[in-house]
Design a protein around this ligand. Structure first.
Ligand code: IPM
Ligand code: MN
Length: 364
């Protein structure tokens, strides 16, 4: 089959990790007889440098014309990079938010899985880590605080900043349906996370999840408060199967989930809409401190490429091949620095490009 993939390497470690994921996709194409064409576009800080804005209309159009988008990471160091001297709506992150919105990517999947080989990289106590966990976070991605009106003004001589948290029935209903569908294909347990003891938007969220649950009798729905969920995630992550939550809560909880899974460098993500189109990116940031050193962990991006094959191209065998190759590489002791446990014998430290080579080698 022929597929067109637009790549957005972005800033910081982005170009290094996307290069490795592309290498792995090219190997998959070879082994399984597909034809993937890649087109690179700029977004984030590099786009500001080239065009003065973090995202151009042309870039949006190119993404729309593709079958899927593979992204690295965007942004620099706040307070250091000149990009952060610009007004907020001209900064790198604004480009990513605009892209998510323009492409209608309302459903963000972030699977956090503790590989048995990485148990020692998990910061939780051994008695918790040894049980392992496999949580699918479903994060609403185009609503809530991220997209509500905001302003900073002077009121009675004092500076006041306002952000608005707004959710519409249809926005909650469509993400709820996705979450139930995903839970139905997994262990059939869905935890809907909100702050219904305080927020109106959360009370609506809870009500709609309850309504939608009637169409999915095979899935058990449980409501949980976000503060309690943050606590339960470190106490007993094995209790969760699918966790669905609004944009801001999902942003925060997914970093927590990545950390207990060993490293932000291991957590992939898929941003989807109703059709098969999607944008795939690691959940971690651009890590400007280690950019250009060939030491970043490309596995989250490589695993995002596996999600791309699974969700956008419906190539599950090929996606399995990438995921199995990652497991094999870990089992054989190959590590990048972020997941290298001190004092464990038999581990082999790899550079970013060597890890990409290793995964490609283990496919087919
Ligand atoms: C993420 C990131 C983004 C977000 C930033 C870069 C805008 O933290 O994808 O989790 O908050 O959604
Ligand atoms: Mn985040």
């Amino acid at each position: 089959m022929n597929y067109k993939i637009v790549t957005i390497p972005g800033d910081g470690i982005g170009p290094e990790i996307v290069r490795e994921a592309q290498k792995v996709l090219e190997k998959v194409a070879n082994v399984y007889g597909h034809n993937f064409t890649f087109e690179k576009v700029l977004m984030g800080g590099c786009s500001i440098d080239a065009y003065g804005v973090p995202l151009t209309d042309e870039t949006i159009e190119k993404c729309k014309s593709a079958d899927a988008v593979l992204m690295g990471s965007i942004g620099g160091k706040v307070g250091v990079s000149k990009w952060y001297e610009l007004p907020a709506d001209k900064r790198p992150e604004a480009g990513l938010l605009k892209l998510r919105k323009s492409l209608g990517l309302f459903c963000n999947l972030r699977p956090a899985h503790l590989y048995p080989e990485l148990k020692n990289a998990c910061p939780l106590k051994e008695s918790i880590a040894e049980k392992g966990f496999d949580v699918m976070m479903v994060r609403e991605l185009t609503g809530g605080l991220y997209f509500g009106t905001r302003k900073t003004e002077i009121v009675d001589g004092e500076e006041v900043a306002i952000d608005t948290l707004e959710y519409h029935d249809y926005e909650i209903r469509r993400i709820a349906k996705k979450a139930f569908e995903i839970a139905g294909k997994r262990n059939k347990k869905l935890t809907s996370v909100d702050k219904a003891n305080v927020l109106d938007s959360s009370r609506l969220w809870r009500k709609i999840f309850k309504e939608v649950s009637k169409d999915y009798p095979e899935v058990t729905l449980e409501d949980a408060l976000v503060d309690s969920t943050a606590m339960q995630l470190v106490r007993n992550p094995a209790q969760f199967d699918v966790v669905a939550t609004e944009n801001m809560f999902g942003d925060i909880l997914s970093d927590e989930m990545a950390e207990i899974a060993g490293s932000l460098g291991m957590l992939p993500s898929a941003s989807l809409r109703e059709d098969s189109f999607g944008l795939y990116e690691p959940s971690g940031g651009s890590a400007p401190d280690i950019a250009g050193k060939n030491i970043a962990n490309p596995l989250a991006t490589i695993l995002s490429a596996a999600m791309l094959l699974r969700y956008s191209f419906n190539l599950s065998e090929e996606a399995d091949a990438i995921e199995n190759a990652v497991e094999k590489a870990l089992a054989q002791g190959y590590r990048t620095g972020d997941i290298l446990e001190e004092g464990v014998e038999g581990l082999k430290l790899l550079h970013t490009d060597e890890m990409g080579d290793k995964i490609a080698e283990l496919i087919g």
